[in-house]
Write a protein that binds this ligand. Structure first.
Ligand SMILES: [Mg+2]
Length: 349
């Protein structure tokens, strides 16, 4: 008889042969190493989890999904990195709200033949990434999939109600700042699509782009620091690209935006890859998704506070890339002419 106890390492075992109860036991065992946070008063194993929000704060929640062959491929990414990324992309929405992560709920839809060892690696990735950002795996659900693997993550965080960042608070003249660099994840994905995992090893200086695509990191501390300083009027994370984020902030705030092409911090490795692939680096980096950087609208009188917050965000840079405008258009300013901003990246496109 096969042993499905939490420590078994039988390579032939699958999730369907283990059964749901054994899988939940394995999740409990694997998440037991992280200390349970005081705010989760009832965690995995009951019909629901129970969570207390710190006094004076409100709950901030978001849900996101990674679906096999839509958002990832298991011949390109390990189950462990899929687990990490599922948590990271969901927590990135809390970062953009300026909230502190508290707990995550995970819904796993598993193909019947999914190996138990891969299930363990997936769970380890989920637990590790949640723990890295102070969130407890507080519960979830497991279902069988007739198709591929899907991982849905609900992130629960908290924030002071007057410190929450939304997309809608921008004013004309507010400067737009983006953290880090853009385009790396798109170049990493493009290289994988073109050459596959083995082929990408031959491409010089693409390691950072591949890592950004594979295991992005949510800018939790940065979002909290800027929100804590009340240094930004609006914020959004770059899940679907910088052009999309600029458009979303502008539209939610009821205005337009103007971006300077020459100021965009395109990742140098991505720039080289785009050029070698015959793509315009600025257009590719603007419309490419999955950078998970943050775009802030910053009132001019808050500039100093904004840079003070960035300086306390742990080695993060921010680049001024444009401003919000009264005119509703979304414009990309280039040296010789202006362009309408390209549309954002869409997984459904
Ligand atoms: Mg988002």
């Amino acid at each position: 008889m096969t042993d499905f106890s939490p420590n078994t390492t039988d390579r032939a075992a699958t999730v369907s042969s283990a059964g749901e109860r054994a899988l939940i036991q394995r999740i409990r065992a694997r998440s037991g190493t992280s200390p349970r946070a005081p705010w989760v008063t009832l965690g995995i194993g009951d019909d629901g989890s129970v969570m207390a929000v710190p006094r004076g704060e409100v709950l901030v929640s978001s849900v996101d999904a990674l679906v096999e062959d839509v958002h990832f491929r298991l011949d390109w990414s390990t189950p462990h990195s899929v687990g990490r990324k599922a948590i990271a992309v969901s927590l990135s929405d809390l970062a953009a709200m300026g909230a502190a992560p508290r707990a995550v709920l995970v819904s796993l839809t598993l193909p019947a033949g999914f190996p138990l060892a891969d299930f363990d690696a997936l769970v380890d990735g989920l637990v590790e990434e949640a723990g890295r950002h102070g969130a407890t795996l507080a519960g979830g659900n497991i279902a069988t999939s007739p198709g591929g693997l899907a991982v849905h993550v609900t992130s629960l965080g908290s924030a002071h109600p007057r410190r929450i960042l939304t997309r809608a608070g921008g004013r004309p003249g507010d400067e737009l700042f983006v953290t880090g660099t853009i385009g790396a994840a798109t170049a990493g994905l493009g290289a994988l699509m073109q050459a596959g995992p083995a082929g990408t090893r031959a491409i010089a200086d693409l390691a950072e782009c591949l890592a950004r695509y594979e295991t992005p990191s949510p800018l939790i501390r940065c979002g909290q620091r800027v929100a804590g300083q009340r240094a930004a009027s609006a914020c959004m994370d770059l899940s679907d690209g910088l052009a999309d984020a600029a458009r979303q902030i502008a539209q939610a705030s009821g205005m337009g935006a103007c971006l300077d092409a020459a100021q965009l911090p395109v990742h140098p490795g991505a720039r080289r890859w785009f050029e070698a692939a015959g793509l315009d680096p600025v257009a590719a980096a603007l419309s490419g998704g999955e950078d998970y950087e943050l775009l802030f609208a910053v009132p001019r009188r808050r500039r100093r506070g904004f840079f003070a917050a960035i300086a306390r965000s742990g080695g993060i840079s921010a680049t001024r890339i444009g401003e919000l405008t009264t005119a509703p258009a979304l414009v990309l300013r280039q040296s010789d002419h202006n362009l309408e901003l390209p549309a954002g990246y869409s997984h459904l496109g």
